[in-house]
Design a protein around this ligand. Structure first.
Ligand code: NAD
Length: 369
C-alpha cells in the first residue's frame, strides 16, 4: 500500500493541518521552521518547554498566522485530547522526548514518563481522533514517530543497521525510545492506526542544546575549557545535518508506506576523536585563539560513558530508493556552517548557559533519580 499524499484523495493535500510534538527542541524546531514556510499549511507546535525546549529556536515562527504554539505535556491526556479536538490534524510528527543519553543514566524516570508514557498517551488520542475521521481525511491521516538508531545497540567495526536489524538498546534513553517504537508499531498492527516510524543517526546543526557533542565542545573551546573526549575517542557516529532530517521526515510523512520503518542517515561516519580534531581545525580558522595555539591542545580523555556503544552506522537504501530522498548537506560544508552559526548566535546559547544548565559532566551514575 503506497499512497502518495500529494496525489491521493486527501481532503486538501496542499493545505495540511500539522501537529508537531517537541517543536521547540533541536530537530522539532528545524521541522517547524521548514513546514511553516509553506503558507498553505497550518502548524501547531506542542511542547512543554523542558530545559531543552526553547521558543528562541522558533524566530519569526510564533508571529506567523499559520502557526500556533501550545505549551502542554504529551503525557497529559486531557491536554492532548483538547489539542487533537481543536487542531484536527492531518499529520502528527511526534518528536517530543527526553533525548540526552547521559541524563538518562542519572535520571531515567523522566525518560520513561515522556518517551514511553507520553507516547502511549499520544497514540491513544491519535487513535481516538483517527477513528472519528471519515472519508479522505480518515484514509490519509498519518502519525510519524521520530526515533533513533540507538535502539539497535552497538555495531562492531563493520556492517550497518537496516530496517530489519533487531532491537538491542544499551542506555535508559535508547531503551525508552525502543519501547516507544514498539508501542507505535503495536498501535498499527492492533488498531490499524496509520503510523510510520523513522530511526535516524546523530544530528548536528543550529539550535542544538549545548550538552550535545558538537555545540558542547564548541562552547567549551571558546571558553578556554578542556575538551573532554570519552574513552580514547574511538566511538563512531553517523552524522546528518538537521535540515536533511527535517526533509526526510516530510518525505516519509507524505510518501512513505503506512506501517513501514525508514532509517535515515547521511552516510557520514566519524570517529569521535577525528570529529573533535576537525572541529578544532575549523575553530582555529574561524576564531583563532588569542595565544595563537590550537584548540586541539584543550582535548583531554575522560573515563568512558558506562555502556557506551562503539559504533552506529545506517544503510539508508530503503529511504533513498523507495522514496527518492537524498541529503543535500555534507559534513565538509555544514560542520563549518554550524560552527559559524554558534559563533554568530552567542546570545542564543549564552542565555541557556546562564540558566540552570552549566555544561557539567553527566552520566557517571553518581546520582540516579
Ligand atoms: P531535544 O531534547 O532538543 O528536544 C526535545 C523537545 O521535546 C524539547 O523542546 C522539550 O521541551 C520537548 N519535550 C520533552 N518532554 C516533553 C513532554 N513530556 N511534553 C512535551 N514536550 C516535551 O531533542 P532533539 O535532539 O530535537 O530530538 C527530537 C527527537 O528526535 C527525539 O524523539 C529524539 O529521540 C529523536 N532523535 C534525535 C537525534 C539527535 O541526534 N538529536 C537523532 C535521532 C532521533
Amino acid at each position: 500500500m503506497h499512497r502518495d499524499l500529494s496525489r491521493s484523495a486527501h481532503a486538501d493535500p496542499e493545505r495540511l493541518r500539522i501537529l508537531v510534538t517537541g517543536g521547540a527542541g533541536f530537530i522539532g524546531s528545524a521541522l517547524v521552521r521548514r513546514l511553516v514556510a509553506d503558507n498553505r499549511h497550518h502548524v501547531t507546535t506542542v511542547d512543554c518547554l523542558t530545559y531543552a525546549g526553547n521558543l528562541e529556536s522558533l524566530p519569526g515562527v510564533l508571529e506567523r498566522a499559520n502557526h500556533r504554539f501550545e505549551q502542554a505535556n504529551i503525557a497529559d491526556a486531557d491536554a492532548m485530547r483538547r489539542v487533537f479536538t481543536e487542531v484536527r490534524p492531518d499529520i502528527v510528527y511526534h518528536l517530543a522526548a527526553e533525548s540526552h543519553v547521559d541524563r538518562s543514566i542519572d535520571g531515567p524516570h523522566a525518560f520513561i514518563e515522556t518517551n514511553v508514557v507520553g507516547t502511549f498517551v499520544l497514540l491513544a488520542e491519535a487513535l481516538r481522533h483517527w477513528r472519528g475521521l471519515t472519508g479522505a481525511a480518515h484514509e490519509t491521516f498519518r502519525f510519524v514517530h521520530v526515533s533513533t538508531d540507538e535502539v539497535f545497540g552497538s555495531l562492531g567495526e563493520h556492517g550497518f543497521f537496516t530496517e530489519t536489524t533487531s532491537y538491542d538498546p544499551s542506555s535508559p534513553y535508547s531503551a525508552s525510545k525502543a519501547a516507544s517504537d514498539h508501542l507505535v508499531r503495536a498501535w498499527h498492527r492492533t488498531y490499524g492506526l496509520p503510523v510510520l516510524i523513522t530511526n535516524c543517526s546523530n544530528n548536528y546543526g543550529p539550535y542544538q542544546f549545548p550538552e550535545k557533542l558538537i555545540p558542547h565542545l564548541t562552547v567549551r573551546a571558546l571558553a578556554g575549557d578542556v575538551l573532554p573526549v570519552y574513552g580514547v575517542g574511538a566511538n563512531v557516529r553517523d552524522w546528518l545535518f538537521v535540515d536533511d532530517h527535517a526533509s526526510a521526515l516530510e518525505t516519509v510523512a507524505t510518501r512513505g508506506r503506512v506501517g513501514e520503518t525508514y532509517l535515515i542517515s547521511g552516510r557520514s561516519e566519524w570517529r569521535n576523536i577525528d570529529l573533535v580534531h576537525e572541529l578544532c581545525r575549523i575553530l582555529d580558522d574561524e576564531q583563532p585563539r588569542a595565544d595563537g595555539g590550537s584548540y586541539a591542545s584543550q582535548i583531554v580523555f575522560v573515563p568512558d560513558r558506562p555502556g557506551h556503544d562503539l559504533r552506529y552506522a545506517i544503510d539508508a537504501t530503503k529511504l533513498e530508493t523507495e522514496l527518492g530522498w537524498r541529503p543535500t548537506h555534507t559534513m565538509a560544508n555544514s560542520l563549518r556552517d554550524t560552527v559559524r552559526w554558534y559563533l554568530t548566535h552567542r546570545g542564543w546559547w549564552e542565555r541557556i548557559l546562564s540558566g540552570a544548565y552549566r555544561a557539567q559532566r553527566l552520566g557517571l551514575q553518581e546520582r540516579v533519580a
